[in-house]
Structures are given as C-alpha cells and as structure tokens.
Design a protein around this ligand. Structure first.
Ligand code: F6R
Length: 593
C-alpha cells in the first residue's frame, strides 16, 4: 500500500507531486510527505494527515523541478510526523520514499547499521541509511543503491534523491508497482498510472528486481546484475477526467452508477453477435483441467463464489474458492490437472500474487482476471482477462465485483460451449440495476432505520448467502457497524444467540428454491426481537417486503441484488458522516502480505 510519486521536468514539481499523491490517496491516507529540490537543496515537508493538509504546509512560492512524495498506509510505526516519508539518511544525503515492507530490516540494522541513529519506527529509514553506508564505502550512488537493494528482502518501490546530485530521481522496484510515464516536458514515476494520465503520452511498467534513475530527458533502467535494460514503452491512452467524481458526491456513488454501462461494455468486449470472444487457449486451459481453484481476497473472493457456481453448473468442473492469504501458507491436496484462476480488481494484491508465484513455480497454469492490464498479476499469469470496469477509486469495491462475476459467467459459458442467452440476460440485468438506481431513495430510507445499530446481520442461502457476504463486508467497511453474513440455516446452530431487540436482520431472497425457507428463518429472528428487512426479487416478493429487486435470470441475481446492498452501505456511511471513499484503516491496493 502507500502511494509514491516523483516528477522531474519543466513543470512545478510541487503541483505535479501533490496532485499525483492526491490521486493515489486510495492506496493509503494516514500521513503524507514531499521532498522538493530548490537551489540544489532538498526541502522536506511531511505530517500525519491527508495530502490536503500537506498542501497547506507547502504554501510557499518557490518553484521546484524535481520532487518525490508519499501518501502512507502505516505498516511499521503509528501514523505520525516522524514515521511519515520521506526519510533521510543520518548524514542527510539520501532522501527516500518507499512503498512496501522490508521484511529483514531488523537484520540489516544489526548487520550493517549499529552506528546509525534511527528516529522513526519504520523499516524505510533502514534503507536510507543502508544506501549511505555503502556510499561511505566509496561506492557511487547507483552502486550504493544496487548493493542496498541486493540486501533487501520483501517488497519495495523506492524513490531516492541524492542531495549531492539533486538532478536525478533514483528508483528501485520489487513486488510492488512502479510505473514511469514520459511527457514532452518531463518524467513522472508513480505507483499507478493515474498520476500519469492527462500529461504523459507513454509509459513503462517496471519489472520486479529492476532499478535505475531518471533525469529530465533520460530514463536508465538496470537489472540486479547491473545490466542496462531497454525500455518497452507503451502508449498511454487515459484522460484526466476519467478519474474525476463527475456530478457525484463520492467516487463510490459514481462507481455504483457506472455498473449498468460496465455490463454493456463487457457485452461489447466479449460478444461477437451471439458468439463469445475469449482466446481459445484460455478455454482449452480450463477444459483440460480436472479442477478449478479460485484464489482471491475480500470482495474478489466473494465474487469467486459465483465463479465456482458457474464453472460447476455450466462446465461440470469441480471448483473451490481459496482465501489467498491462507493458501500462501498451506499445501492443499492438488490432484490431476488443476487450473488456477485469480480474481483481483487491482491485480496487485500481495497475497494473491504470492499464491500465483507459488503455484506457477510448480508448473500449474494461471488465469488472472483483473481490472488492470498493466498490473503485476496480469503480467505474471499465463493468461489474462480484463474486467473493463474502468479505474475503481473508492476504497470499497463495487463495480469490480459485478464485472468479475460477469466475466466469469461469460468465461464459463464459453467453456461449456452451450448455446447461450447470456447476452440478453446481461442486458436485462443492466436495466434492472438502472431501475434500482432510480429507486435509491427507498434504500436511503432503510439506511435511516439502521444507521444507529451496533450490529447488523445479512441472511440468505446459496447464491443469496454469497451476496450477503459481500453486502456485510460493504456495510462494515464504510459504516464501521459490525455486520455479519449468515447462511440463514446456520443461525439456529449458535449465532441466533446474538439476536437482541431491535437488531436489524436483512434477508436477501432472489432464488425460488430457497425463498420461503429464508423467510421462515427471518421470522425466527423476528420472534426474538430482530427488526427484519427483506430485499426480494419481484417474482417472489410479498407486499411487506422492503425493497423489490426487478426480475433477472436467477443466476445473475447477485449482480443486481448486490447493488441494493452497496447503496444501503453508502447511505448508512454518509448518514454517519464517514469518509465513504476513504474508510478508516483501509487502503485500496493491499500490496503487503
Ligand atoms: C472491499 C475490497 C477488498 C478487496 C481486496 C482484494 O471493498 O475492496 O476486500 O476486494 O482487498 O483486492 P483486489 O481485488 O484488488 O485483489
């Protein structure tokens, strides 16, 4: 997590870096800092708090043409000014920002840096001093950086300024993203393409274990054998306005509203009339396997449950969902010919990447389904499928969830080879979501009824239960209300003890086979004092239901019912006055294990 930006060129580096940092705040936002070169001297400004606060600290007139900045999601050390980046080496020569985690920082401290003083609790300060240590041994800066990064274990994207030659930005990258963008007036280097949009024409996504430096005119990239690597520049076709909130108060609300058009976009991308357009190699890879292992975290993991459903129902291939962070450290029984499918909005989630590497090393093919073609997972995987959701900026994922499910439905249909009505059904689902968006005031009213709750429960069965898992995550992460999802049949086996007078219990009922039994389970909670709510599909709705979900094909119900729950979470959080797009303690891209 954490976002880093560097700029060198003829524009004002302060503006370029601060604007870039603000765009990267989704990666972390507990502190921010910037280092700017002015008259060949480096000036550092940093503090706990958002980039907006840093902007206030930088209220000065001088213009700089080189700067590096950082927006933090604390790993080592509490969010405060001292732990904020940039960090400087003891003699003040090396100034550095870092995204990632240096796992062996303690060992480095006692192996090399006994004589050094450390002011912060961070792992990053060790890197600044290690560079100084090697430089004091007579190495030039590039070699000192190479020797330092060769010692590091863990993940890092680093930007470094050498105060003795403050006309370059040095960088190094391993296991966490770093992208260089080129414009006629300068070079930008950042954790994501967003800060490049609108002014860079070309970019290059750096490979792991590379380092180098940029000047205003040049980029030099090396591998860890100190061999210069040629740059494979790509055209950058992103406009700045793609990253704005438009007329919406929050990115989350905007992204919820984008969902119908994303479904339509996916139809365009993946269908050629009635035929599905997916590479035959991907289809073959799945057809040839005897089991599909779906690997993901958080919301993407909940989307994976629907993928499992599609692959089992349509393709008859046994499928299992794995939490990436668990699979990294376990050795499941792998039989015959498995295929691994990784779902990740960002394509940068450290746990998923670790699993991908582990099983690719064992020779198992991987398919990454991500929202970023430039991501590490898209790059590493044997095959990649794009979910075409457009940049998701709100920390709480919404549109990526439905886009992942849609892509998996299309993929499973393609593998099954069955004649399909999917395209038509997806179009109907897009219309159904539009209807929900029109009726969102009803959901706002429900939000008013649960805003003061301390616990909320979602219940459902089968497909609806999987949506409950995602609905509960959405509500808890932005409203901070403790929310759990239960398979409604499980309630009686213990959890019903949590039901007290007035506890909201929300039932999702979209499946004919389970509708009446979920309703019976809801009555059981109501008899114990729960305040009950029902979100039901029109065809099985009852007059007292709280929200009617327009009819869609039963297997697409999750991408529609979830929208009601996304809106509910959104309204509860806004009623509480929370920062919906940047909920506390979270970051969008979880690039640490
Ligand atoms: C919740 C949310 C997270 C992510 C999870 C995985 O709203 O966004 O649970 O789904 O951190 O991230 P990706 O999909 O980028 O691998």
């Amino acid at each position: 997590m954490c976002g880093i930006v560097g700029y060198i060129g003829s524009k004002d580096a302060k503006d370029m870096v601060l604007t870039g940092l603000q765009q990267l705040e989704y990666r972390g936002y507990d502190s921010a800092g910037i280092a700017l070169v002015h008259n060949q001297e480096v000036k550092i400004y940093k503090d706990q708090g958002r980039v907006e606060h840093l902007r206030e600290l930088c209220d000065f007139a001088f213009c700089s043409h080189l700067g590096i900045g950082h927006t933090r999601w604390a790993t080592h050390g509490v969010p405060n000014k001292i732990n904020s980046h940039p960090h400087i080496s003891n003699n003040g020569r090396f100034v550095l920002v870092h995204n990632g985690v240096i796992e062996n920082y303690k060992k480095i401290k006692y192996t090399y840096l006994n004589e050094y003083t450390f002011y912060s609790e961070t792992d990053t300060e060790v890197v600044a001093n290690l560079i100084e240590y090697f430089s004091n041994q007579g190495k030039d800066t590039r070699d000192a950086i190479l020797m330092s990064i060769s010692e590091l274990e863990g993940s890092y994207a680093l930007l470094v300024i050498d105060q003795k030659d403050p006309n370059k930005i040095y960088f190094a990258k391993n296991k966490t993203p770093l992208i260089i963008g080129v414009a006629y007036d300068g070079v930008t280097i950042a954790s994501d393409v967003i800060p490049l949009a609108g002014h860079c024409d070309q970019y290059v996504g750096l490979e792991d274990k590379t380092f180098g430096y940029i000047t205003k005119e040049e980029i030099h990239l090396f591998n860890y054998f100190n061999k210069e690597i040629s740059l494979k520049m790509k055209n950058l076709d992103l406009k700045n306005n793609e990253f704005g909130k438009g007329d919406f108060d929050h990115f989350m609300l905007k992204e919820i509203h984008e969902q119908p058009s994303i479904i339509r976009h996916l139809i365009q991308e993946y269908f050629d009339k009635e035929k599905i357009n997916i590479s035959p190699e991907i289809i073959k890879c799945i057809k040839n396997c005897t089991k599909i292992n779906l690997v993901a975290c958080g919301t993407s993991m909940y989307a994976s449950y629907m993928a499992k459903y599609y692959f089992e129902k349509l393709c008859n291939i046994p499928s299992e969902v794995f939490v990436a962070s668990e699979l990294v450290y376990s050795s499941p029984l792998i039989l015959d010919k498995p295929c691994f499918i990784y779902l990740s909005q960002s394509g940068e989630t450290a746990d998923s990447i670790a699993v991908m590497k582990k099983f690719m090393d064992k020779g198992y093919p991987s398919i990454a389904i991500t929202n970023s073609v430039a991501s590490s997972m898209a790059h590493l995987a044997t095959y990649h499928l794009d979910i075409f959701a457009g940049k998701e900026i709100a920390v709480a994922s919404t549109k990526a969830y439905i886009a992942q499910i849609v892509v998996c439905a299309i993929l499973a249909k393609a593998v099954s080879g069955q004649k399909t009505n999917l395209k038509n059904n997806l179009s109907k689902a897009a219309l159904a979501i539009e209807k929900i968006l029109e009726d969102k005031i009803l959901i706002k009213n429900i939000a008013k009824e649960i805003v003061d709750a301390t616990n909320v429960f979602y219940i459902g069965r089968g497909i609806d239960y999987w949506v409950c898992l995602e609905a509960a995550l959405k509500l808890k992460e932005i409203s901070y209300i403790h929310t759990e999802a239960f398979s409604s049949g499980e309630l009686k086996h213990g959890s019903i003890a949590l039901i007290d007078r007035g506890v909201p219990v929300i039932a999702i009922c979209t499946q004919e086979g389970t509708n009446s039994i979920v309703r019976s389970n809801l009555i059981e909670t109501k008899s114990r004092g729960a305040k009950d709510f029902v979100f039901a599909m029109e065809s099985m709705s009852e007059p007292s239901d709280d929200f009617i979900i327009p009819n869609v094909a039963h297997y697409l119900a999750p991408i529609v019912s979830v929208v009601v729950c996304q809106l509910l979470a959104y309204y509860v959080a806004t009623l509480k006055g929370n920062d919906v797009d940047k909920p506390k303690n979270l970051a969008k891209s979880v690039t640490v294990e």
